[in-house]
Structure formats: structure tokens, C-alpha cells
Design a protein around this ligand. Structure first.
Ligand SMILES: CCCCCCCCCCC/C=C/C(=O)SCCNC(=O)CCNC(=O)[C@H](O)C(C)(C)COP(=O)(O)OP(=O)(O)OC[C@H]1O[C@@H](n2cnc3c(N)ncnc32)[C@H](O)[C@@H]1OP(=O)(O)O
Length: 304
């Protein structure tokens, strides 16, 4: 994936500072008092995502921190892809745990405002960023564990589904699913394929058509998440799971992962431009724009 020049252009336009132009990122870990051995931990943080790599275990903790709801805006997606790329290229990193700093929310999915009232160029750029994020995460060589500590609709669910393992806080108020149909939009084929690969065809078909958001206990029953734990135990459990996965030789696990995911990844890579055109045509329709506007209004009304 030769994404670097595209990312660089997008960053330049979005105003987000690329990590390479910031003060040396690995220097931003807290300084140790003199005399103590250096903690084997490196950290980098940008506007919306914070990452800490523990070099002794090879595990990075990635935390979404984009209030109010960690929606996946163009800037967020760009930062996410850059963070994943940095970790992927770091020989010290073998696994990443993904979670959120926002109480009750893992991610609210794609930022609906990025799909409303914008021009064709913007839609194209946004959709390419969504694709890039998924290609990097689903195709990652690292072990990826989602510690889902809040609600996770649509694009948020896609992030969790793209990981190797999903642990969710056992709060029944938190829900997860591909609810696109409820917004009057359609999950694209690679969202659907990722979902089918986790829960199987029948469950995916029903859930997608109904645009279901499954409360945590139901998500467990459907196999949409692998286990539920009390929220305060989530990160501890994620680390334990990670250690179990990392106990295997990387090359065997990576080749197996690639074998399992290759067909779905290749499908998008082969049809990327066509997929972008489809997105632009679909999202530009006045009827779809109206549905999205109504959905946003409904969200705001729910508050008042
Ligand atoms: C032929 C086929 C071709 C196919 C081509 C492709 C077609 C298009 C594919 C598009 C795929 C889309 C994927 C998506 O991810 S769409 C997004 C789906 N997300 C949702 O439905 C979540 C909506 N949000 C919520 O349910 C709640 O906000 C949530 C449970 C997440 C949190 O609830 P809470 O009560 O805590 O907070 P509020 O509801 O008050 O929200 C706070 C503010 O945040 C705004 N908000 C919420 N979600 C989003 C979002 N996804 N994007 C932008 N903004 C969001 C919300 O409006 C509040 O704003 P204000 O404070 O200004 O009112």
C-alpha cells in the first residue's frame, strides 16, 4: 500500500500536523527521574489518538480521544492510518490494543457531517481515507485487540470487526452493529464481508437488513464480540488475551491471518476506484442527503 504521498497531501490540506513534523514523537514519553532505569515505553499523541508502546511486551495501547463521540472524520481517519503505519513499521511493536478515552463511547462511526452537503472532491477524499484505514487495520500484521468500552455503531463496529479479537464491557446499555440501514444508507461490500467473516452469513444478513444495534449481551451471543468483561477489567483482559496471541511465532500467525483475510482485502484493492465512484454517486443523491439530515436532526432532538 503506497499510501504515504496520499496521506502527506491530505494532511497538508487538512491542517493536521504530520507526526514526522512534530517534535520527535518518541521523545514525548514522560521523562524518568535521574538514576532510575528508563521505562521501556514510547508514546506519541496527535490531536485525536494517543498511542503508547511498551517495548518490553511489544504491545501498543491506542486510545481514541476525540470528543464528543470519537466520530471518524477525515482528520481522525488520517491520524488513525498514520498511527497504524508507524506501529506497523516499528520492529518493537507486535500488537495493538484499541480502546477509547471517552466514557460510554468507543466510536460513533463515520462522521455524518463529512457525508452531508459537501462537494464531490470531498466525498472522494473522505471515502479514500475510510478505505485506507480499513486496509491498514484489517490487513495489519500486528495482533489487534479491540477493547470496546462503549457504544460502537457502524464505522465504530467496523473498527472492532477488523481486529483479531473483540472484548466488550458487559454494560447492556452499550451496543454495537452495522446500523447503516437505519440511516437510509447501505454498508458497502467490504463492511459486509468483514461482518460476514466474523458472524457468518445468516446473522450478518438479518442484522444488516434491520440495521441492528446489538446490546453487549446479544452481541456476545451472536459472536459479534468474543467476550464480555466488567468495564474496569477490560484493559487487563485485553492485555492477557494479547499475551496469549503473542505467545505464538509471528510468522505462522501472520501467514494464517493473511490467508484468512486476503480475498476480502484483494477485492477492495482491485475495485478501490470503482468503490469510491459508487460512494460519491450514492451519497450525492438528494434522497440520501435528506435521510442523513433527518437522522442528524433526530439525534439532536433526542437530546432536548
Ligand atoms: C449501491 C451501494 C453503494 C454503497 C456506497 C456506500 C454508501 C455509504 C456508506 C456509509 C457507511 C457509513 C458508516 C457510518 O459509520 S455512518 C454513522 C453511523 N453512526 C451512528 O448512527 C451513530 C449516531 N450517534 C449515536 O447514536 C449517539 O450519538 C451515540 C450513541 C454515539 C452517543 O450518544 P450520546 O447521547 O452520548 O451523544 P449525542 O447523541 O448527544 O451526540 C453528541 C454529539 O455528537 C454528534 N454525533 C453523534 N454521532 C455522530 C456521527 N456519527 N457523526 C457526526 N456527529 C455525530 C451528535 O449529533 C451530537 O452533536 P451536538 O452536540 O452538536 O448535538
Amino acid at each position: 500500500m503506497a499510501a504515504a504521498p496520499i496521506l502527506a497531501r491530505r494532511i497538508a490540506r487538512s491542517g493536521v500536523l504530520p507526526l514526522c513534523c512534530r517534535p520527535p514523537s518518541w521523545d514525548r514519553a514522560p521523562r524518568q527521574p535521574p538514576g532510575l532505569p528508563l521505562a521501556p515505553c514510547r508514546a506519541f499523541s496527535n490531536n485525536k489518538i494517543q498511542v503508547e508502546l511498551d517495548e518490553s511486551s511489544g504491545v501498543a495501547m491506542m486510545k481514541f480521544k476525540s470528543p464528543p463521540v470519537n466520530s471518524l472524520s477525515l482528520d481522525f481517519l488520517t491520524e488513525f492510518s498514520i498511527s497504524l503505519e508507524k506501529l506497523e513499521n516499528d520492529r518493537a511493536c507486535r500488537g495493538v490494543i484499541i480502546t477509547s478515552t471517552i466514557p460510554k463511547i468507543f466510536s460513533s462511526g463515520l462522521d455524518i457531517m463529512e457525508m452531508c452537503g459537501k462537494n464531490v472532491e470531498h466525498y472522494g477524499e473522505f471515502w479514500r481515507a475510510v478505505q485506507e484505514m480499513w486496509l491498514r487495520l484489517y490487513g495489519s500484521n500486528m495482533v489487534t485487540v479491540a477493547a470496546v468500552n462503549g457504544s460502537s455503531p457502524a464505522g465504530g463496529c467496523l473498527i472492532a470487526l477488523s481486529c483479531d479479537y473483540r472484548i466488550m464491557a458487559e454494560n447492556p446499555k452499550f451496543s454495537i452493529g452495522l446500523n447503516e440501514a437505519q440511516l437510509g444508507i447501505v454498508a458497502p461490500f467490504w463492511f459486509k464481508d468483514t461482518f460476514v467473516n466474523v458472524v457468518g452469513h445468516r446473522i450478518a444478513e438479518r442484522s444488516l437488513q434491520l440495521g441492528s444495534l446489538h446490546p453487549a449481551p446479544e452481541a456476545l451471543k451472536l459472536g459479534l464480540v468474543d467476550e464480555l468483561v466488567p468495564e474496569e477489567k477490560l484493559l487487563e483482559k485485553a492485555s492477557a488475551v494479547m499475551a496469549r496471541w503473542l505467545a505464538l511465532p509471528d510468522h505462522a500467525r501472520q501467514l494464517t491471518k493473511s490467508m484468512m483475510r486476503k480475498a476480502v482485502l484483494d477485492h477492495l484493492v482491485a475495485h478501490r476506484e470503482e468503490d469510491i465512484k459508487n460512494f460519491i454517486n450514492f451519497i450525492s443523491k438528494e434522497s440520501i442527503q435528506k435521510s442523513l439530515r433527518m437522522y442528524m436532526e433526530m439525534l439532536k432532538k433526542k437530546k432536548s
